[in-house]
Design a protein around this ligand. Structure first.
Ligand SMILES: *Cc1c(COP(=O)(O)O)cnc(C)c1O
Length: 341
């Protein structure tokens, strides 16, 4: 395939296809039955993730939705409550699974402009110990949140806060490696503040699928039971876990390139009248106006560029987007807005 026929897909960093090198390690991975705990590659991935994030144990799950749910189900009983962002993945984008499958009550709060939850508002939302109320049990943060990187200081304060209020603290870290690379810290410097963290291998890290929940040994034992119940107990899963190991070993540092490409895109779009842009780690948000909303996705599709629609469009850079691709996208935007000014 030449560069010209390649589809430039900016809808999400989930769209990456495994590379030849990744497929090679998948093809040769030693495997066993992971429900018996006998898949050496899954065991290696779980141990590696736990160590990298600074936890006792980890469990491999097919998706980030499931690994977040495993955390929620492990911390919260029926009638317990978790406090979460209104736009958080674990509240808004997981089909209400915590309520449907766990009888867990969500208490959503608006995110602040920086992607954090105001600890003062969380404090106000915590229910007193009273038979009228659900039991506030867990605080769930997201990092990155819409690409926004939470400050290390905020994470530290959240951990102290959660301890004071006897809340467990979970991080939806689907893109926590983007945060670590942005802040130039080890991922453990971020994850040390949490009781549990879920990470995605299938976003910027470029694996075809897979997620890990990292926590204490005790919680991972419970999470394994829930995983089996939810149908996430996989057999020779080493074939995909191998892609995860490859991703953790090869694709973390390179996330910096995705962030550079996002900045390059913002810079390129900056002088177009009618477009306002902003970048957070690997995500660019572009306000494109009414005409852009109606016609831009189709116009770009004709040029081999895929974007999600909307008045503010989210453009996500990833492993399969090169600097040259970004230049092509900028040129296509310029053509569109020159013709539709
Ligand atoms: C993608 C994502 C997840 C997990 O999604 P799956 O598609 O189930 O793997 C969780 N949280 C956030 C913030 C995400 O972006």
């Amino acid at each position: 395939m030449t560069t010209a026929d390649k589809l430039i897909d900016l809808r999400s960093d989930t769209v990456t296809a495994p590379t030849k090198a990744m497929r090679a390690v998948m093809a040769s991975a030693p495997v066993g039955d992971d429900v018996y705990g006998e898949d050496p590659t899954v065991n290696r991935l779980e141990a590696q993730a736990a160590e990298l994030l600074g936890f006792e144990a980890a469990v491999f799950a097919p998706s980030g939705t499931q690994s977040n749910l495993l955390a929620l189900l492990s911390y919260c009983q029926r009638g317990d409550e978790y406090i979460v962002g209104q736009q958080a993945h674990t509240y808004k984008y997981e089909g209400g699974g915590a309520a449907v499958l766990g009888s867990i009550v969500p208490q959503p709060l608006e995110f602040e402009a920086d992607g954090s939850l105001s600890l003062e508002r969380v404090r106000q939302a915590i229910k007193p110990d009273d038979i009228h109320f659900a039991r506030s049990r867990l605080l769930c943060l997201e990092n990155t949140q819409g690409g926004k990187v939470l400050s290390l200081d905020y994470l530290q304060r959240s951990a102290v806060f959660a301890g004071e209020h006897k809340l467990a603290l979970h991080l939806d870290g689907a893109r926590v490696f983007n945060a670590a690379v942005s802040q130039q810290v080890s991922v453990a410097e971020i994850t040390q503040h949490f009781d549990s963290v879920s990470i995605c291998l299938s976003k910027g890290l470029g694996a075809p699928l897979g997620s890990l929940l990292c926590a204490s040994q005790e919680h991972i034992v419970q999470a394994r039971r829930w995983r089996k119940m939810l149908g996430g107990g996989m057999r020779q899963a080493g074939i995909v876990a191998a892609a995860g190991i490859y991703a953790l070993e090869n694709n973390v540092e390179r996330l910096a390139e995705d962030h550079q490409h996002a900045s390059q895109l913002v810079l390129g779009l900056a002088d177009i009248d009618g477009v306002e842009t902003l970048a957070h780690s690997n995500m660019v948000f572009a306000k494109v106006g009414i005409v852009g909303q109606k016609q831009l996705p189709e116009f770009l599709h004709q040029r081999g560029i895929r974007i999600s629609g909307g008045e503010t469009i989210r453009l996500v850079t990833h492993l399969d987007i090169s600097a040259q691709d970004v230049s092509l996208v900028v040129a296509a935007f310029k053509d569109f807005f020159a013709a539709n000014a």
